[in-house]
Design a protein around this ligand. Sequence first.
Ligand code: HEC
Length: 120
Amino acid sequence: MHTRICSCALALFSGISTLSLMAGCKSLPPSKPESEWTPEEARGAAVFHQACAKCHYPTTTHGLHGPGLQAITKVQSMPSGAPPTDERLTAVILHGHGTMPGTALDDQQLHDLLAYMHTL
Ligand code: HEC
């Protein structure tokens, strides 16, 4: 017996590019899309969600409790004026800065989180 199932997976995407019309966007380098994350970047995103997201937006520079972190590793200086090196980020993450509390992470979590932050 031959049952014929026709699964028409036809999706229509209208390719209207509105990117150039998005007013108010600072010209920051683009973030790496989630679909292209490596396993470590994906794990880092989970760490971020747990430990950082309540105070920081990852995809904008708008502030929540702390500054938005879009392109944080690609800017010349972070809000404090310090360059966004992995060393500096590590110190801020582990020990806090100003009113930001430190977060206790193990080496793997820190490594993954930094990898993720480089995608922003
Ligand atoms: C309870 C809220 C809170 C949490 C949780 C938090 N932050 Fe922050 N963060 C802040 C605030 C507030 C500032 C601004 C502090 C200052 O410079 O006075 C800040 C600043 C920063 C900066 C900029 C540092 C600089 O030199 O300008 C980075 C990067 C950062 N946070 C990353 C993270 C990451 C990554 C995590 C998760 C591990 C995290 N933060 C968790 C509140 C938080």
